[in-house]
Design a protein around this ligand. Structure first.
Ligand code: FMN
Length: 352
């Protein structure tokens, strides 16, 4: 495949998944991917421990904070905090269909209120210098109306939002769980392309069902960026292909000493060091970190055994270094068994 000039390649915001440990791990695999936090509600920032919610590792840059909320004042407060904490972007969630989020009158249901979203964008831009972006769906419910999403993007862009991340399927606000809402409403990439044709000056980033570098290339040919969610989490090694196939200029993150030839083993070693630091500095048990790297050997020989060791609760009193040694022993044993089976199955050399 030909190398492409990089536009935006992002790992999607995912609740319970893309916490700071997960982002640290993803950053080891790609120096350039734009990493998003999980959605953080404005309520958590106004009434909760905002330093705790906004904490991240400097290595994570470039990193975007996703906010959930619909009150311009509270979102402006969030944007201000995001700037103070050094985030690179602040994003409004207009795509989450969960009932909890609907009760709070934000997420996907905000697509019915483009003027309110525009006010939120204005307030956030007034609150600080960070780019304000919006992540949204292409419609609500089972109806199909391109003018609905183009009207939304048009009105919100008038307030100054230049980047729209389009999860290119409708959100059905009744009758589907959030998980089903990521699977059942059909994907319509061409609607994202139509948005780009209608608003050529805006950055349109595609999201939904992207798995391979080829998928990424297809969308990048039409749009300004691609965001990947589930595949990046379950099969994180794909992130290493991103720097390889879609490079431009110098790596954005200079702080990590990433070897030019990455290996899964190197990534695991780095994570073990990180787990030990987190335990010491923040009293975080290694299992809260390790859960995010369980896909490292996805579809690799021995990968299942390696994963089983890292997710074995019976090992929770061991150090991450000890668990890593056991996991690699299991991995190598399985590889040796596979090789042995292959040798046994080889046809005998005929001797006439
Ligand atoms: C576990 C999980 C949690 C998610 N949480 C969020 C979230 O906090 N904010 C958001 O905008 N989207 C959230 N999403 C949706 C993803 O960002 C993305 O739009 C969706 O998964 C489609 O992309 P994909 O097909 O590449 O996974 C979540 C998805 C998953 C799987």
């Amino acid at each position: 495949m030909q190398k492409q000039s990089l536009k935006i390649l992002a790992v999607a915001p995912m609740m319970d998944w893309t916490d700071r440990h997960c982002r640290y791990f993803h950053r080891l695999l790609s120096s350039k991917a734009l990493l998003y936090t999980e959605m953080i509600t404005t309520g958590a920032l106004v009434y909760g421990d905002s330093d705790y919610h906004l904490k991240y590792n400097p290595q994570e840059h470039p990193v975007a904070l996703q906010l959930g909320g619909s009150d311009p004042k509270d979102l402006a407060h969030g944007a201000k905090l995001a700037h103070q904490h050094g985030y690179d972007e602040v994003n409004i969630n207009c795509g989450c269909p969960s009932e909890r989020v609907q009760r709070g009158a934000f997420g996907a249901c905000l697509m019915n209120e483009p003027r309110l979203v525009a006010q939120c964008v204005s307030a956030m831009m007034d609150a600080g210098p960070l780019p304000v972006t919006v992540k949204h769906r292409i419609g609500l419910g089972r109806g199909e109306s391109f003018s609905f999403v183009s009207d939304f993007v048009g009105k919100v862009s008038e307030a100054g939002c230049r980047t729209f991340i389009v999860h290119a399927r409708n959100a059905w606000l009744e009758g589907l769980s959030p998980k089903e809402n990521r699977e059942i409403p059909p994907l319509k990439p061409d609607w994202a392309y139509r948005l780009k044709a209608e608003f050529p000056d805006l950055e349109i980033v595609y999201n939904g069902g992207v798995k391979t570098p080829e998928d990424i290339a297809t969308h990048l040919n039409q749009l300004d960026g691609v965001m990947v969610g589930r595949e990046a989490y379950h099969n994180p090694w794909i992130l290493t292909k991103w720097d390889q196939f879609f490079p431009v200029g110098e790596p954005m993150n200079q702080e990590l000493d990433i070897p030019t030839k990455l290996s899964r083993q190197w990534a695991e070693e780095q994570m073990v060091i990180y787990m030990e630091q987190e335990q010491k500095l923040n009293n975080v048990h290694w299992s809260s970190v390790a859960r995010h790297m369980l896909g490292l050997y996805h579809a690799q020989p021995g990968g299942k055994r390696w994963r089983r060791v890292w997710s074995d609760h019976k090992l929770k009193n061991m150090t991450p270094f000890e668990v890593s040694k056991l996991a690699n022993k299991a991995l190598l044993k399985e590889i040796a068994l596979i090789e042995q089976r292959e040798v046994q199955n080889e046809p005998a050399i005929s001797t006439f």
